[in-house]
Design a protein around this ligand. Structure first.
Ligand code: 5AD
Ligand code: SF4
Length: 458
């Protein structure tokens, strides 16, 4: 699971009658699940960007860190006034906090009508019917170990989508000692390859050019079912779909990254040269305490092998500072790993104890908040220097860019992504959205690039 900024989004579409306000916190898995919520309600509900205008409000929650969870509580608290003004409004809370807290959420916030976990979203239509028939306080947080993700091919909520996720597996069996995910998303279950291909065909028919295969630990795809291909087999199968121009995947566990998968970067033209490989710490001692099952040296060896097979690969990672028991020496190992690997971008977090996890019981070893904050700062300072150097080296190069939309800061400009997953802003007409163009990189910024269109790409 690639980390993101616990951001939220609201999107809009134009079919159906009633109005749905949908807000998403957390990782790509949640973004995917929100998309599915809109899809299962397609035909009955239109998305609206305004909560005060909605008949149904759904909040898809994240509990990966305490900060993320608190954001959810503060938003849901603010919704109370909407319900007081309009008692017919239906409020539902889904996602990981819902799974974790279940009935406690209903008790704490009696104005919430519906609490459902990641697997419960598929029962939304029937639960909403029950609410319309007068039922309140519905709880749907059963977590099945063999839950099959349904194949849904109704239209995507975003009009003219350029890129999208397709889940290939759900859940996680790794139980890293800091992580709540296995407790709220259950055990690893792979989807049948036929469903994955059917979903990819459906999104390509809607104009999608880039697909990211999604799972908490994609490398263990298919391991539990003899008839399924391995992950590298799946990559080769998907890469052969004719209309697919770009393929990515996330997230990989370093322990399970096989030589076969690494070779896919060399062999498959559609597979983009970017890998998100969360390291979490540069210290073997801390990695062991995290239950990560690899050492610092093994991680570095994997990176070396990858770079020798695919020299242009762009690497990103996740890491945690201030894990219980992390000494200065352990932290220095993390800094030196950053210097050795030279990631293009990192997602770094202060350790946050989570309920149900093993590390949450190690309170004696907790690192004081100010040390965590200082370590996080030092990590970001160092990465700023490394990332900028890497981006600077791209100046003058011509990159194939898939145009995703308008630039976030300056809507006169377009924004797109290189195959290496670098964001590029440049001037160009809006009709290029969804197209490939060649862009000459003119200037490196800290987390993005600027450039000039040099020609349409083939
Ligand atoms: N505290 C801080 N960061 C965490 N992550 C997961 N659990 C925690 C936690 N308890 C980070 C990891 C993971 C990313 C999605 O979130 O770095 O890769
Ligand atoms: Fe969490 Fe570890 Fe599973 Fe990733 S691999 S979801 S960090 S338990």
């Amino acid at each position: 699971m690639e980390a993101n900024s616990e951001d939220m989004h609201a999107t809009s579409q134009n079919t159906g009658h009633k109005k749905l306000y949908l807000r998403t916190f957390g990782c790509q898995m949640n973004e995917y699940d929100s998309q599915r919520m809109a899809q299962v309600l397609h035909g009955e509900y239109n998305l609206t960007p305004r909560p005060d205008d909605a008949d149904l409000i759904l909040i898809n929650t994240c509990s990966i860190r305490e900060k993320a969870e608190n954001k959810v509580y503060s938003l849901v608290g603010r919704l109370k006034k909407f319900k007081e003004q309009r008692p017919d409004l239906i409020i539902g809370i889904g996602g990981c906090v819902a799974q974790q807290e279940g009935r406690r959420l209903l008790r704490r916030m009696p104005y919430v009508d519906l609490v459902f976990g990641p697997q419960g979203l598929y029962s939304l239509p029937s639960m909403l019917k029950e609410i319309e028939n007068g039922k309140r306080g519905i709880l749907c947080t059963e977590l099945r170990d063999d839950f099959p993700i349904p194949l849904i091919t109704s239209p995507l909520p975003e009009p003219n989508p350029v890129r999208t996720f397709v889940t290939i597996m759900q859940g996680c069996d790794n139980f890293c000692t800091y992580c709540i995910v296995p407790h709220v998303r259950g055990r690893e279950v792979s989807r049948p390859p036929g469903d994955i291909l059917a979903e990819i065909e459906a999104v390509l028919n809607e104009g999608v050019k880039e697909v990211t295969l999604l799972g908490q630990n994609v490398n263990s795809y298919g391991k539990k079912v003899d008839a399924y291909p391995s992950f590298s087999g799946l990559l080769r199968m998907v890469a052969g779909v004719p209309a697919l121009r770009r393929l990515r995947f996330t997230t990989s566990h370093p322990r399970d990254l096989s030589r076969d998968v690494m070779e896919c970067f060399q062999d498959l033209d559609t597979l983009c040269e970017h890998l998100h490989l969360p390291v979490q710490s540069g210290s073997t001692r801390i990695l062991k305490r995290m239950n990560r099952h690899y050492t610092r040296d093994q991680y570095l060896k994997t990176i070396e092998e990858l770079k020798s097979l695919c020299p242009e690969i762009s690497l990103t990672t996740d890491l945690i500072v201030g894990f219980p028991g992390e000494t200065d020496a352990d932290f220095k190992d993390t800094l030196s790993l950053l210097r050795t690997v030279e990631f293009d971008q990192i997602f770094a977090f202060k350790y946050s104890p989570r309920p149900l996890t093993v590390a949450a019981g190690w309170s004696d070893d907790y690192i004081p908040e100010e040390i965590k904050a200082e370590r996080l700062n030092r990590v970001f300072e160092l990465q700023k220097e490394i990332g900028f150097r890497r981006y600077k080296a791209m100046e003058g190069r011509v990159e194939e860019v898939l145009v995703e939309g308008l630039s976030k800061k300056n809507t006169e400009e377009l924004r797109g992504r290189t195959r290496g997953n670098h964001v590029v802003n440049f001037l160009g007409p809006q009709r290029l959205i969804g197209e490939f163009v060649n862009v000459k990189i003119s200037k490196a910024c800290y987390h993005s690039l600027r450039g000039k269109i040099s020609s349409p790409a083939g």
